[in-house]
Design a protein around this ligand. Structure first.
Ligand code: FMN
Length: 130
């Protein structure tokens, strides 16, 4: 059964290299576990969308939850899904535009069309926070 999780966490001062390392690990590990998703980092907080088989997601969330590079992992949503929203992304880094005005438009273009509208709204709201 396919599920989709959305969570936020706090990591006040990670360097670009540290975030790149997390993405490298994710793109290396996730295909073997059938996990897909996207990751946003705004310099203080992560937001990550994860999708895959429920048992795989539970396993990954345990690892992510005990990862010392961030704290306060907080699940915003967990739902069963019929099909993946991001089937082609082992872990997509979504960049947040510099200009607050253009963030909403840029993300709206880049986020997958198949995303549930409520999930999309949560991701866009996260991205426009300063
Ligand atoms: C915000 C954040 C997101 C992460 N996302 C993933 C992920 O999607 N897949 C993954 O395998 N590890 C992810 N990790 C890393 C895991 O916590 C853990 O370090 C890693 O799975 C260990 O893999 P390794 O044994 O191959 O080094 C993430 C870590 C953080 C801080």
């Amino acid at each position: 059964m396919l599920s989709q999780y959305l969570y936020i966490s706090t990591a006040p001062s990670l360097s670009r290299e540290e975030v790149e390392k997390i993405l490298e690990t994710s793109t290396r590990n996730n295909p073997a576990h059938g996990i897909t998703g996207l990751l946003l980092y705004n310099g203080r907080n992560f937001l990550q969308l994860l999708e895959g088989e429920e048992n795989e997601l539970v396993g990954l969330m345990m690892r992510i939850g005990s990862d010392k590079r961030h704290t306060g992992v907080s699940l915003l949503s967990s739902t069963q899904i019929d099909a993946r929203s991001c089937p082609d992304w082992a872990m997509k880094r979504m960049f947040i535009a510099e200009s607050v005005q253009s963030r909403r438009d840029t993300l709206d273009d880049e986020l997958p069309q198949a995303l549930d509208p409520e999930i999309r709204k949560m991701i866009v709201n996260f991205a426009v926070l300063n």
